[in-house]
Design a protein around this ligand. Structure first.
Ligand code: C2O
Ligand code: CU
Length: 477
């Protein structure tokens, strides 16, 4: 059984991480051996949907308490985790466009927290800013307008210097925003619409969930369970695939090379479905896909694998067991999904360089580390811009992943214009809020800074980098 000491271990390592880049933490990972996991030993849970504590005339009210509990991540082992409402990952919030959700968050943890709704367009004071924290014992209420198209969003911790450890310890959950346009398409819904939150972990003997570098994290989790199986029927499933890892790059494919349809990206539905066999997702990115399990016989199984797995881990992520006959289902994937918002011509161009400082080894944006009191960029409300983002670091072979970076903006979603001078990858042609920027890559994106004035952050979504602080501020004036 995990002891109080194990819980403190999370906290102690968290504090160390505020000053030490993750890849340079070695001691914690060698304290004990990781638990040997038995693949496909437990069923994949579908996180419960959060029930509103009140449905009022103008909005739905939700109550969430952030607290420590224990979760069975690896079968037979209890690990101390930080959770929203005791669930690992957090409960799924299902919201509807035009119907605000008000979420009352109480912090019953021993660390500062800040709840960011990733991908949402919100006023600065509702955005979960890194320095706008909820102290231990405190609470605050976030109002989510839900004034944007249907998308697979997620909520996660963003307290400055604590975000990486807090998310790693469990403070993350899905937020599925729906709208009437999407509902009219006839996509798989109900039990056939399932979020898959994929992340890695290191669970040690005794149960401690240890925060350490990627190459020392051998456990791959889906919805909080180590390599589970998911029993499906011979039907079409809409899978909302999330990379909720703190810093891993995933390349997912079915072991048999099976095709699926990608219907959405971070910020919502694509104009038309794409046929694909592989999904590349950096930390924080999402893809909405439809898989037709009627192409399998009842009794068959297929494993979803990560072809970007490290040498230290098993590539298997999740086994689908086609266990049940076809259930009556009217769902289909129409050829036209949604119109992408038109992009205004840009009037401002900026360059962003993501790099490792050669002297301090700190991760930087344009040579600087995050200073919450500094405004890095300011722009008038409504300005459309093009940002050219370059990863100036050089690739080094695994297990050193610290030179991978990606890029995430608050407030404004963006579109990818080009990657290394060529067209963006098909899977990144829709509305995005996070984009991979591999070593040496240059990605051009365009966004309109509209909706709200105030200060917002943009950062690398490899959260240990953001925590260290590869993050900067834009002020909308
Ligand atoms: Cu998902 Cu600023 O974060
Ligand atoms: Cu980075």
């Amino acid at each position: 059984m995990p002891t109080r000491r194990d819980m403190l271990k999370i906290a102690a390592v968290g504090a160390a991480a505020a000053v030490l880049p993750l890849e340079r933490i070695v001691s914690a990972a060698t304290a004990a051996e990781p638990v040997a996991a038995i693949p496909f030993a437990h069923p994949m849970p579908v996180p419960q949907s959060l029930t509103p504590s009140a449905r009022l005339r103008t909005h739905d009210l939700y109550d969430v308490t952030m607290r420590e509990t224990q979760a069975e991540i690896v079968r037979g082992v209890l690990s101390p985790v930080r959770t929203y409402n005791g669930q690992f990952p957090g409960p799924t919030i299902r919201a509807k466009r035009g119907r605000p959700a008000v979420v009352r968050q109480t912090n019953a943890l021993g660390v500062d927290t800040s709840v960011h709704l990733h991908g949402a367009k919100l006023p600065a004071d509702q955005d979960g800013h890194p320095t706008d924290v909820i102290a231990p014992g405190g609470n605050r209420t976030y109002t989510y307008d839900n004034d944007q198209p249907a998308a697979s969003l997620w909520y996660h911790d963003h307290a400055h210097h604590q975000e990486a450890t807090n998310v790693y310890a469990g403070l993350a959950g899905a937020y599925l925003l729906g709208d009437g346009q999407e509902a009219g398409l006839g996509l798989p819904s109900g039990q056939f619409d399932v979020p898959l939150q994929i992340r890695d972990a290191r669970v040690e003997q005794g149960g401690a969930l240890v925060y350490t570098r990627a190459s020392a994290r051998p456990h791959m989790l889906v919805n909080g369970k180590e390599r589970p199986y998911f029993a499906v029927s011979r039907n079409k499933y809409r899978l909302r695939v999330y990379n909720t890892s703190i810093d891993r790059y995933l390349k997912l494919r079915f072991a048999d090379g099976r095709q699926f349809q990608q219907i959405g990206t971070d910020g919502g539905l694509l104009p038309a479905p794409l046929t694909a066999t592989e999904l590349a997702l950096s930390a924080g990115e999402r893809a909405d896909i439809v898989v037709d399990f009627a192409t399998y016989a009842q009794g068959a199984s297929v494993v979803l694998q990560n072809t970007a797995a490290l040498a230290t881990e098993n590539a298997d992520v999740l086994r689908f067991d086609i266990a049940r006959p076809q259930a009556p289902q009217l769902a289909h994937v129409p050829r036209r999904l949604a119109d992408l918002p038109s992009m205004a011509p840009a009037t401002v161009e900026r360059s962003i360089t993501l790099a490792t400082d050669p002297v301090t080894s700190l991760y930087t944006i344009n040579g600087l580390t995050y200073d919450p009191n500094r405004v890095d960029v300011s722009t008038p409300l409504g300005t459309t811009e093009i940002w050219t983002i370059t990863n100036a670091d050089t690739a080094v072979p695994p297990p050193n992943f610290h030179v991978h970076h990606n890029f995430h903006t608050h407030l404004a979603n963006f579109r990818v214009l080009s990657r290394n001078g060529g067209p963006p990858a098909p899977g990144e042609t829709g509305v995005k809020d996070t984009v991979m920027v591999a070593p040496g890559d240059t990605v051009r994106i365009t966004m309109t800074w509209a909706g709200h004035k105030g200060k917002f952050v943009y950062h690398c979504h490899q959260l240990p980098h953001a925590a260290e602080a590869q993050m900067a501020t834009i002020e909308i004036t």
